[in-house]
Ligand binder design. Structure first.
Ligand code: CTP
Ligand code: MG
Length: 241
């Protein structure tokens, strides 16, 4: 079977502030989504990329990608575009529905992680090919993390409930890689359950399927807030220097 990457890019980017949908914002003059598609298409094992566009923006995203063709190094990678949904979980599920029958390994990669190195993509895909049903790139966390009480009204001080041991915590990134049938089953189970899963591997964990971590990469960080754009521009400038 072949390996595909689903790229959820349908979010609005509320935390980034006013402007175009986050995936379409420029980075070094080129839309973030284009960087993300190039980054995963560079991986030798990837032969299909499914881009999940904003619900009303599939035609515009198709045009955008046609205006930014893949470099020769991407080989014969095919790129298809489908409209996304209200939640990230819905968007990924719509991407999965567009996969062809010959795909047996699926990676899910956030458009908001445009600078992921190809080595990270290859490592995740290889670990799934080697038999792991779910593989997640992750890094140790820098900050100590506190758990707070649920349902604290906005504006009130948040009571601390616990301080998990930092050395046992990891911050997870994408691409997350899966055996296709496992991921499809996890999304079928999650569909319409009301919770907006921010992490595909979390859905797989709920089914009792083992999830393993591989080393992530600093440059696979997610562009979430305005300061992240500053960092992304700097990383890109350093690469081009
Ligand atoms: N995403 C999606 N469909 C949604 C929501 C999110 O495809 N309904 C995608 C985003 O486009 C992004 C990835 O999921 O590539 C990770 O989500 P996040 O970083 O939270 O992006 P946004 O949801 O766009 O940002 P925010 O939460 O600040 O609005
Ligand atoms: Mg979001």
């Amino acid at each position: 079977g072949r390996t595909a990457v689903v790229i959820p890019a349908a979010g609005r980017g509320v935390r980034l502030g006013r402007g175009a949908p986050k995936a379409l914002r420029p980075l070094g003059g080129t839309p973030m989504l284009v960087h993300a598609v190039r980054a995963v298409a560079r991986a030798r094992t990837v032969s299909l990329v499914v881009v999940v566009a904003p619900p009303d923006g599939a035609a515009a995203v198709r045009t955008l990608l046609d205006e930014h063709p893949l470099p020769d190094s991407a080989g014969a990678t095919e790129v298809v575009v489908v409209p996304g949904g209200e939640t990230r979980q819905e968007s990924v599920a719509r991407g999965l529905a567009a996969l062809t029958d010959d795909i047996d390994v699926v990676l899910v990669h956030d458009a908001a992680r445009p600078l992921v190195p190809v080595e990270t993509v290859e490592a995740v895909a290889a670990a799934v090919r080697d038999g792991a049903p779910a593989v997640v790139p992750a890094l140790p966390v820098a900050d100590t993390v506190k758990r707070i009480a649920p349902d604290v009204p906005a504006g009130e001080p948040e009571p601390v409930v616990a301080t998990p041991e930092r050395s046992l915590l990891r911050a997870v990134q994408t691409p997350q890689g899966f055996d296709r049938a496992t991921l499809v089953a996890a999304h079928e189970r999650a569909a319409g359950d009301g919770s907006d899963a921010t992490d595909d591997a979390g859905l797989v964990e709920r089914m009792g399927v083992p999830v393993v971590l591989v080393p992530g990469h600093e440059e696979a960080f997610k562009v979430t807030r305005p300061l992240d754009l500053v960092l992304a521009e700097a990383v890109l400038a350093r690469r081009r220097a």
